[in-house]
Ligand binder design. Structure first.
Ligand SMILES: Nc1nc2c(c(=O)[nH]1)N[C@H]1C(S)=C(S)[C@@H](COP(=O)(O)OP(=O)(O)OC[C@H]3O[C@@H](n4cnc5c(=O)[nH]c(N)nc54)[C@H](O)[C@@H]3O)O[C@H]1N2
Ligand SMILES: Nc1nc2c(c(=O)[nH]1)N[C@H]1C(S)=C(S)[C@@H](COP(=O)(O)OP(=O)(O)OC[C@H]3O[C@@H](n4cnc5c(=O)[nH]c(N)nc54)[C@H](O)[C@@H]3O)O[C@H]1N2
Ligand SMILES: [Mo]
Length: 565
């Protein structure tokens, strides 16, 4: 509190940034940042923000995380496309694999686009091994075939696509033939055509895409995806793309104003756009933090539930910026606080490491059921064991900071009282939610809500296929080429290394980076294997189980090869 008081007295409150893993964006931490005048940023940009932004640009609506199809609504004959998604292999929500399998049992069709033969691919009716980052080209090739052959959903396009956009899309699509797109994504043109025709004829198509598309130019994928959904009319229909909604929690008055991100250049089209052009995402939290430290724009950084020294793009720059000093030997970053349940790479750089309560030990209101976000819902997290002496949940600490530094916004007793007030919006309280078993959901909010609402949340009230605000950066329509990172030094490094999440390995997906207990000597995964295609292995003279050296622009490791399809 003393340091933050000093920073604010200097007129530099905006030089506080806090980085959180974004599960509950109305929680007291975010409130404090807005009230104090600091910045919030999250790991979301590398997660799926490109898709979320694409979604908002195309259809309006709320910035929910992930937004997969509601698989439990897929009708017989409906198509479920997994594009860069490994739902059966990671561990985010057991209901997704269950609902997919139940939909399959009802006669729905599962198509998996993945360079790797994953568990999902094994369950699929059709596995399409795609060239890494070829998804934008594949979806655009399908859209070409559908539009040019008049297979699109004419009534949806006529009634719900903004006037003029379909014609612009058509012009753009002219040279994006399945053959041309096939050369980019390495999926045979006849397969692109076959999938397009299946989709045009099916009662519904839902596309679950996630980490596998979050590469450079991810927003172009998001754009190709929303265009495909629009021309096939798969928006807010059973089995298609739901329009998510937020849980109507009551605002806790007075609500502090949020900082204006555009004004402060946190957006590619803002005054810093030349710097941001380095990456194709909207905000790069880790990279941005590094730039802000170097520029003198970031003086106090609080990191909770995330690990920027290791898990985000720009981490090397972050690590060097975090230790930079001025000519007098003072750190440019005056204070770094790491909130953790176990020491992380980031903790090593911190001035203070504060021990958090784990999720078994704290109260929390989770209003964002993020993996399966078709609508509203709320979950109450309750302490079931007592935290060790000295551990405090970050929400509790931020409320106390708020009481000291901006008390007008923190006139409530504690975190539980804050949740109580929010829950009045649903006619609930913490006690009533406990009586409901800790969970509340109205179920689905119904389909084609835009019909009742008289339109979409976009400025025109219609779906936007053309994004004029991105004309300036050449992205008014999707760029179909491969991710730029895969083209760097491609001659020296001819192979593409993918990572994917599986619960069996340490270091696969960021959740398990930090957890050496996941090295499993029994399952034979003590060392994470390098999965390599059988034909490629043969060409390189590598046999299953060989110890090989894997070299990239960032360094090299010795790993055991495991041949796979
Ligand atoms: N075990 C575990 N589970 C987790 C996490 C974790 O760290 N560990 N993290 C959680 C988080 S934060 C998230 S965001 C979710 C993400 O969940 P998923 O999106 O399901 O995660 P991944 O397995 O990383 O990526 C999905 C698939 O994309 C494929 N892929 C890679 N490149 C491409 C490509 O260019 N095109 C296509 N079509 N496919 C490609 C990979 O082979 C992989 O099978 O998982 C959550 N669950
Ligand atoms: N190399 C690589 N980089 C990635 C990804 C990847 O798969 N591989 N995935 C990307 C994606 S999708 C995402 S979402 C981001 C996520 O990146 P980050 O937001 O940085 O998330 P994690 O690396 O999962 O870091 C979580 C940290 O929180 C700590 N932690 C766990 N529980 C608690 C708690 O209750 N309280 C507190 N205070 N700390 C806790 C853990 O010990 C861990 O150090 O990473 C992105 N970057
Ligand atoms: Mo993520």
């Amino acid at each position: 509190a003393g340091k933050l008081q000093e920073l604010r007295d200097r007129g530099e409150a905006h030089k506080l940034t806090a980085s959180f893993f974004p599960h509950s964006i109305t929680d007291p931490k975010w409130r404090f940042l807005n009230a104090y005048g600091g910045f919030i940023n999250t790991a979301l940009p590398h997660c799926d923000s490109a898709k979320i932004v694409a979604f908002i640009k195309a259809m309006g609506g709320v910035p929910n995380h992930h937004i997969p199809p509601a698989f439990f609504t897929v009708p017989k004959g409906g198509i479920m496309i997994m594009a860069g998604r490994h739902a059966f292999g990671c561990l985010d929500d057991a209901s997704v694999p269950r609902d997919i399998l139940e939909a399959k049992a009802r006669g729905a069709i599962l198509v998996v686009l993945d360079p790797l033969f994953t568990a999902d691919a094994a369950k699929a009716d059709w596995w399409i091994p795609i060239r890494p980052s070829g998804d934008t080209a594949l979806f655009t090739g399908m859209t070409h075939h559908i539009v040019m052959n008049g297979l699109h959903n004419k009534s949806f396009v006529e009634n719900w696509v903004r006037e003029g956009d379909f014609e612009r899309l058509k012009d753009y699509l002219a040279d994006k033939t399945p053959e041309a797109m096939s050369r980019i994504c390495d999926v045979p043109a006849k397969d692109i055509i076959k999938l397009a025709e299946m989709c045009a004829a099916a009662p519904s198509v839902g596309v679950d895409s996630f980490k596998g598309i979050m590469l450079g130019q991810a927003m172009d994928f998001g754009h190709a995806w929303t265009n495909f959904l629009a021309v096939t009319g798969n928006i807010d229909n059973p089995g298609g793309q739901p329009l998510p909604d937020l849980t109507p929690l009551a605002p806790v008055e007075p609500v502090p104003p949020a900082p204006n991100l555009h004004e402060r250049g946190w957006h590619r089209t803002g005054p810093d756009k030349d710097k941001f052009a380095k990456y194709s995402f909207i905000m790069e939290p880790t990279w941005y933090q590094a730039q802000a430290i170097k520029n003198g724009d970031l003086k106090v950084l609080v990191v909770a539930e995330c690990n920027p020294a290791l898990t985000e793009m720009g981490q090397e720059e972050w690590r060097s910026a975090a230790t930079m000093t001025d000519s007098k030997g003072n750190y440019l970053l005056e204070m770094l606080v790491s909130y953790e349940i176990m020491l992380s790479e980031t903790s090593r750089y911190a001035d203070y490491v504060l021990p958090d309560k784990t999720y078994f030990e704290r109260w929390e209101l989770l209003y964002m059921p993020w993996w399966y976000n078709f609508g509203q819902g709320i979950g109450l997290r309750q302490p079931v064991v007592e935290a060790p002496e000295g551990c405090r949940h970050s929400n509790e600490v931020f409320i106390e900071l708020g009481k000291r530094l901006c008390p007008e916004y923190f006139a409530f007793k504690d975190d539980v009282e804050f949740y109580d007030r929010q829950l009045t919006g649903l006619g609930l309280s913490v006690k009533k939610l406990q009586d409901l078993g800790g969970l509340w959901s109205p179920g689905t909010l119904g389909f084609r809500k835009y019909e009742k609402a008289g339109g979409f949340g976009t400025p025109s009230g219609k779906v936007h296929l053309y994004w004029e605000d991105l004309e300036e950066v050449g992205q008014a329509l999707p760029r179909v080429d491969l991710a730029p990172e895969y083209r760097v030094d491609a001659e020296q490094y001819p192979y593409v290394l993918l990572s994917y999440r599986t619960i069996f390995h340490q270091g696969s997906g960021q959740w398990t980076h930090n957890n050496p207990q996941l090295r499993d000597p029994v399952g034979g995964f003590r060392d994470n294997p390098l999965l390599i295609n059988t034909a490629t292995a043969r060409k390189e003279g590598i046999k299953d189980g060989d110890l090989v050296t894997l070299r990239s622009r960032s360094g090299q490791v010795r790993v055991r090869a495991k041949c796979t399809e």
